[in-house]
Design a protein around this ligand. Structure first.
Ligand SMILES: [Zn+2]
Length: 332
């Protein structure tokens, strides 16, 4: 099964054309985002986002086996919580947000995060630089640490946060250090390429070596309507790099399906057979004295009884450097 975890609607696509593009690219499930970058829609206009989310709900209705609809919400706008509630009631199943003019640690955006966490929605954030010249300071990975205050939040950061990929990898590493199973981790990262071609192999090698495929997922970041060939081309960029890095079949299955399936809540989270009880009887060494109560609860809920150690069983991939892919792309 193949999941494309990052596809943009624009308002110009038809359901039939979207399904054809998925069929032609052998994509089983597309995570489709409500339009917000095309004419008539704006991330800073709540009314247009309500229209966008209603439009997407219509597009995916009756097609939940192929299309996973994600609302687009600006959590800094008045009424954002109600807008999210409405979008989910209409059939959307996750949320895309783009920090611009607000930080993920701002108090004013926490109510949306809290609702998303309570509803166990997968969250997708733009992370990394904006290539249209807007300030990207809101989108640095470290700003997203605030999501750890929301127990159960399942976050994907897009583009591996380039150029702050080391910072992103460090963010994802925290759950690994504490032995949290990948599927229960707060953060995973989509490989819709933010890094330009000259960086991609190096970035992917590091991410695989430190985080493993269980915290990485493919997203084409294509803008619909597009052809299946467009999606296949983007997937090919990643496949070429995986070939160079000699990544094995189970890891590829995670990258193209397993990680996203867990993020979307399509399969029960993995749990090590010897993990023991999740909450009671935590060893003294992993209690969270000094942490704010919400953060301590979040960590305790994620942490298995015995941490396996983040270095165990994680072979570092080795490969020569050869740039792959040829183009920048819009990213958001
Ligand atoms: Zn995007």
């Amino acid at each position: 099964m193949l999941i494309d975890a990052h596809l943009h609607c624009t308002g110009a696509e038809t359901p039939g054309a979207v399904l054809r593009a998925l069929d032609d690219s052998q994509t089983d499930l597309g995570v489709v985002l409500a339009p917000f970058l095309s004419a008539g829609y704006s991330m800073h206009d709540a009314a247009s986002l309500r229209r966008a989310n209603a439009y997407l709900a219509d597009l995916v209705r009756g097609r939940s086996d192929r299309l996973f609809g994600m609302a687009v919400i600006n959590p800094a706008l008045p009424g954002a919580v109600d807008d999210l509630d409405r979008a989910i009631a209409a059939g959307l199943r996750g949320v895309k947000m783009v920090p611009s003019g607000w930080y993920p640690h701002d108090d004013r955006v926490q109510p949306v995060f809290a609702l998303a966490s309570r509803l166990q929605l997968p969250l997708l954030f733009h992370s990394g630089i904006f290539i249209d010249g807007r300030s990207s300071r809101f989108c640095r990975p470290v700003n997203f640490e605030a999501l750890r205050d929301h127990p159960g939040a399942r976050v994907a950061l897009a583009h591996l946060s380039w150029p702050w990929t080391d910072e992103a990898i460090a963010l994802g590493l925290i759950d690994r250090i504490h032995g949290v199973p990948d599927d229960a981790a707060a953060f995973r990262f989509d490989l819709s390429f933010g890094p330009p071609p000259a960086y991609r192999l190096q970035v992917l090698r590091r991410a695989l070596a430190v985080l493993g495929a269980g915290l990485l997922q493919f997203g084409s970041d294509c803008f619909l309507p597009c052809s299946g060939a467009d999606i296949r081309e983007r997937r090919g960029w990643l496949e070429d790099l995986l070939d160079e890095l000699e990544v094995d079949t189970p890891a590829r299955e995670r990258l193209f399906h397993g990680t996203a399936a867990a993020w979307l809540g399509l399969q029960p989270p993995e749990r090590p057979a010897d993990a023991g009880p999740a909450l009671p009887d935590l060893p003294e060494s992993v209690r969270n004295e000094g942490l704010p109560p919400a953060r301590a609860t979040a960590l305790a809920m994620r942490r298995p009884h015995r941490a396996p150690g983040w270095l165990m069983g994680r072979p570092a991939a080795a490969a020569g450097l050869r740039a792959s892919g040829s183009a920048w792309q819009r990213c958001c």
